[in-house]
Every structure is written in structure tokens, then in C-alpha cells.
Design a protein. Structure first.
Length: 618
């Protein structure tokens, strides 16, 4: 009686054998594809090594003959940064490829080993042609597969070793740049003295709305040209952000639903020097009657300028208009549109990216959550990021240096101070309410924070954790505007309501000292210049007021008559029936104005609804 012959399935090891062979083939093919990608990376690195770039070599030669050419040095460093970015991106790809190759090799080996194990047949002594040594040994095909896989893995390891063996590292290449060109290292952050001499952010140095320069005109006349140095052509895109000035450059932004851009003007002539487009997705829908698509003011350190828009796009440019970086933080969920301005701290651009409306729940992580982000000036990379348990706000943060460096933010219901170097929270006070838009300011008595039309708080900076019960110096409910920001000369605190009510308060306790109705509408915040208040109305009227101290004993209990209603206001004192008439200066811009002015040495830079203006005597 003869033994039955094995079926085809039995001879081939059955369906499990076929599955194992197929898995080995797929994993092997994947490994070969990855190996090919690694080879491509190696070839590109060899060909596109930053050290072998013809343009880089040409710039290096030019710098050798003109080592003091700052513009040439900047161009060299920018090209070098671009080359390095591409080079090290490929290096990162190679690192990932090595791990993928390793994983593919392991899967191939495992599948091949499984196929060999399945293919082995148990001994059947009665079966014709049975040889136990052959039956128990690996088939020839498996030996070839393992041999080929070994070659592939060896080749992959060799390619990875070649890719990883480059002597180029970011630090080494940066040192080489400086050594080859003799160019200075990237300029350090500006000093406090440099910043104080410029107008680098919303409301000037420190964000307090106080000018270090007092030699600016009190009046101007566009009709005759008196004290008007220049008027620009129409700004290409609309915006309600304020002008920022550094040296001979003036920066504003503009945007529509389809386009966002930064505009750089010559501070001496008003000529448009460059336009920097900021691509990005369409902005989210919101009530744009208040803010528009470009409400946030740029920030500059004199080396770079950064801007942010209502669609969440933020970008950095050098002073020559070359875009250094671009990123999108995501479309903010904001009822009236994003309007918080950027601030800087040393090598960082800081973004207060609050969002989330009335349905915001600080205890629900699925709701839209705001963030505080520290971005590196040069690269645009995130240095640190902190979540914020607050809804949307429109206030711009404040940088303090005493008693320690801190970044003070305001949003319902919290005033929070962070360490600007790493974003860690220092202290918080739960005092605010409503849609917070007024920016905090410093005074000798503490930080002034406003809950719109509801209350004003003076908080002594310092402490740790929740300082609501220990560091709130005073709370007041008089003279609280809706969205303009206050200003202080150190001895008095001034607030300006959107309807034109100017209030003077005692910063020691928030007591109202006097108030005056300017009979105008305002969106721009007041500025303190020397011993004067500058106030720009929505219709473009610039009011300049010398705010006392006033002698109310010489006033009248009757309503005084105003002989010049355009240049006179009635000032009243609370608790007293006496009133006095105060004369102020008033100049007409001739167009609507929403942005706070910038004040420099002998000059005022104003943004109207359509144009930029330079008011000055030199």
C-alpha cells in the first residue's frame, strides 16, 4: 500500500506560507524604497552642501573685499540661513529614514523566518524520497532572501552612516559663517536706551502711551502746510493699526478678506519703500465694523519687524523687506476680530492669542482655547507656549522690568503675569469682567487694568500665585472707558471715554479729580508728551491739552459760556459746583482716524483712514 501524495498546498506550506512570503516581499520592497530615498538625500547633501553653493561663494568673495558692507553681510547670513534650513531638513528626513529602514528590515526578517518555519515539513519516513536533513533545513529561496536582505540592510546602514557623517552642524556652520566673512554676529537685542528713543510697538516704548520726546508741535495746518512735513499716497490696504517707527522707517499694515501686507515708508519723505505680503487662509467671519482685518500693530526691534493679522497669520521681515519667516496660528474664534498687538522681549516676539466667545468654558478642554506664544525673532520658531484659561480679548500685554521681568496680560476674568523668558505664570488676580479691550499700563503705584465701563483696578506687581486678596491696591468705577487705554504722568491718571469724556484720577486711590467733555468721539488712546495730553478723535481732530493743575477756586457756579466751541472745554470738579473754561489746541487732519499716533524726536506720525502724515518741525 503506497502513501498518499501531498497536495499542492501541502507542498507549498499552505496559505500561511503564502501570507508570510507576501509580507516579506512587501516589507522588503518598502525597505528598498526607503534605501533609495536615503541615497537621494545623500546625493542632494553632497551636491547642495551649503559650503559648495556658488552664490554663497560669490557673496563670500565680495565680503572679503568689502568686509564693512552691512547690507552684504546681512544678505550672506540670510542666504546661509536658507541653505542651512534646507540642508538640515533633509538631515532630519534621513534620520527618519534610518528608523523606517530598520523597521522594514525587522519586518522582512520576521516574515522570512516565518516562511522558512512554515515551509519545513515534519519527517515522513514512509514518504518516497524523504531526506530528513533536507526536510529540516531552510530552503534555497529563504537563504537567498536572507542574503539579499542583509545586503539591503548593509547598504542602508552605509547610506545612513554617510548622511550622518557630515561634519556640518548648525553651530559649526554658524561659526564658519562668522569666521569666513568676518561679519559681525547677529545684532543683540536693542538696549533700553535704544528702545526709548524709538516708537517700536503699540503705544510706544513700554506700551504706556508716554513719549520720551517732548519737542513736537502742538498744532498743524494741512491747508497751509504749517508743521506738515509730508503726506503719503493712499495706503494700499485698509487697517486700524497704529504706526510704528524705528530710525528712518515707518511701519503699518493693511488687509482685506483676500490680502494681508506690511507697508514700510520712509520716515523723512513718506515714500513707500517696500511692501511685504503675508499669505494665509481667508480670515474667519466676525463683526468687522469695529476692528477690521488689520487691527494689530506691528512690533520692531530695529533689526526685524513682525506683524499679525485677523486670519492668524504672523510673519517676520528684515528692515529691507525680505520675509524671514511665515506661519499661521489658526483662525482665531473672536466675535469682533483679532486686535491684540505684538510685543517683544529680548530675542522674542510675544503673541497673546486669546479666543473663544461667550460659550468658552475654562474647564472644558474641547472649547477654543487661547495661547501665549514666544516666537524667536530670527527663525519664527516657537520658543515657548502656554495655554490660557480665558476667552477672547483685545488688550495688548504689558512688559514690566520691576520688581522682576514680567509680561502682564488682561482678559476676563484674570490679570495674569508671566515670565517673558519662558512663559511660566508668576501671579494672577481675578478682577476683570466683560470684553476686555483696554491695555494695562504701569504707574508708580501698580498696574492699571480695566474691565470695560465697569471697573478699574490698581494691582501691585509681585507675589506668586493668586494675589487677588493681597495685591489689589484699589478699585474704582469712575471714568472707565470701553476700549481706549489709559495714560499716566506718574502723578495723575487719565482716561478717555469713547464719547469724549476725559477724566483725571488720583493714581493713589482712583479718586476722580476732574473731568471735561471734549464733545467728540474717540477710538485712539491718549498720549502723554512732556506736560501735555495729545488726543486724536475719530473725525481726525487732534486735541492738545495742558491738564493743570487747575484752580477751581477761580471758577464759577454758573455754566460758563464757551466763546470758541472748537478750542474750549468746560472742566468740572466732583463734589463742587464750580466750573472753569480751559482752552486747548485743535488741529484738523481732514479724514477719519482710529489709530494712536507715534511720537519721535520733533515729529508726530499719524495714520488717517487713508494716508500717513508726518507732523513736525524738522
Amino acid at each position: 500500500m503506497t502513501s498518499p501524495q501531498p497536495s499542492h498546498t501541502e507542498r507549498r506550506g499552505g496559505p500561511w506560507f503564502a501570507l508570510a512570503v507576501g509580507a516579506a516581499a512587501v516589507a522588503g520592497a518598502f525597505s528598498l524604497v526607503v534605501l533609495g530615498a536615503l541615497a537621494w538625500v545623500y546625493v542632494r547633501d553632497t551636491r547642495d552642501d551649503p559650503n559648495s553653493s556658488p552664490r554663497r561663494a560669490a557673496l563670500k568673495t565680495h565680503l572679503t573685499t568689502r568686509p564693512s558692507n552691512a547690507a552684504l553681510a546681512r544678505e550672506f547670513r540670510q542666504l546661509d540661513a536658507e541653505l542651512r534650513a534646507r540642508y538640515f531638513a533633509r538631515r532630519q528626513l534621513a534620520d527618519v529614514g534610518v528608523w523606517l529602514l530598520l523597521g522594514g528590515g525587522v519586518l522582512t526578517l520576521a516574515a522570512a523566518a516565518a516562511a522558512v518555519a512554515i515551509r519545513r515539513r515534519p519527517p515522513h519516513p514512509g514518504r518516497p524520497g524523504h531526506d530528513p536533513d533536507v526536510a529540516l533545513g531552510p530552503p534555497a529561496q529563504a537563504r537567498w532572501a536572507v542574503t539579499l536582505l542583509g545586503c539591503a540592510l548593509a547598504g542602508g546602514a552605509f547610506a545612513a552612516a554617510l548622511v550622518s557623517a557630515s561634519a556640518l552642524t548648525p553651530d559649526a556652520l554658524a561659526r564658519e559663517v562668522l569666521a569666513e566673512t568676518g561679519a559681525a554676529a547677529p545684532a543683540p537685542p536693542p538696549t533700553d536706551e535704544e528702545i526709548a528713543a524709538q516708537w517700536p510697538r503699540f503705544r510706544g516704548p513700554g506700551g504706556a502711551g508716554v513719549s520720551a520726546h517732548t519737542n513736537v508741535p502742538e498744532t498743524f495746518d494741512l491747508a497751509t502746510g504749517r508743521n506738515v512735513l509730508w503726506k503719503s499716497e493712499r495706503i494700499p490696504l485698509p487697517g486700524k493699526n497704529s504706526p510704528v517707527v524705528w530710525g528712518d522707517r515707518v511701519f503699518v499694515t493693511g488687509a482685506t478678506e483676500d490680502r494681508q501686507a506690511v507697508f514700510c515708508y520712509n520716515a523723512d519723505s513718506g515714500e513707500l519703500v517696500w511692501t511685504g505680503d503675508v499669505p494665509g487662509p481667508p480670515p474667519p467671519e466676525f463683526d468687522d465694523q469695529g476692528t477690521g482685518y488689520a487691527a494689530s500693530t506691528v512690533v520692531t526691534d530695529g533689526r526685524c519687524v513682525a506683524a499679525i493679522f485677523a486670519n492668524g497669520s504672523v510673519a517676520g521681515f528684515d528692515m529691507a523687506g525680505r520675509r524671514l519667516w511665515l506661519r499661521n496660528l489658526g483662525a482665531p474664534t473672536n466675535m469682533y476680530g483679532y486686535a491684540t498687538s505684538l510685543v517683544m522681549y529680548k530675542n522674542l516676539v510675544i503673541v497673546q492669542f486669546d479666543q473663544g466667545g461667550e460659550d468658552f468654558d475654562p474647564y472644558d478642554p474641547t472649547t477654543h482655547r487661547g495661547r501665549l506664544i514666544g516666537i524667536d525673532w530670527a527663525s519664527g520658531q516657537t520658543v515657548w507656549e502656554e495655554d490660557r484659561e480665558v476667552p477672547e480679548s483685545w488688550a495688548t500685554p504689558l512688559i514690566l522690568d520691576k520688581p522682576a521681568p514680567m509680561l502682564v496680560t488682561c482678559a476676563n476674568p484674570l490679570v495674569i503675569a508671566y515670565d517673558p523668558s519662558d512663559g511660566s505664570e508668576i501671579w494672577r488676580a481675578e478682577v476683570l469682567d466683560g470684553d476686555v479691550a483696554s491695555s494695562p499700563i504701569p504707574t508708580p503705584h501698580g498696574v492699571i487694568a480695566l474691565a470695560p465701563m465697569y471697573a478699574m483696578f490698581c494691582i501691585r506687581p509681585g507675589g506668586h500665585g493668586d494675589v487677588t486678596d493681597t495685591h489689589v491696591v484699589w478699585q474704582g468705577d469712575v471714568g472707565v472707558p470701553e476700549y481706549t487705554s489709559p495714560v499716566s504722568d506718574g502723578e495723575r491718571l487719565f482716561t478717555l471715554g469713547e464719547g469724549g469724556m476725559l477724566s483725571c484720577l488720583d493714581p493713589d486711590d482712583g479718586e476722580l479729580l476732574w473731568e471735561a467733555d471734549l464733545r467728540a468721539q474717540f477710538q485712539a488712546s491718549p498720549t502723554w508728551v512732556g506736560d501735555r495730553l495729545y488726543l486724536l478723535s475719530g473725525k481726525g481732530a487732534m486735541f492738545v491739552l495742558h491738564p493743570g493743575p487747575f484752580d477751581f477756586s477761580a471758577g464759577t457756579t454758573e455754566m460758563p459760556e464757551l466763546t470758541d466751541k472748537k478750542r474750549q472745554v468746560i472742566v468740572t470738579q466732583p463734589g463742587s459746583e464750580r466750573k472753569i473754561v480751559v482752552t486747548l489746541e485743535r488741529s484738523e487732519l481732514g479724514e477719519k482716524a482710529y489709530a494712536s499716533p507715534a511720537f519721535l524726536d520733533g515729529r508726530i506720525y499719524l495714520r488717517g483712514d487713508e494716508r500717513l502724515y508726518c507732523i513736525g518741525t524738522k
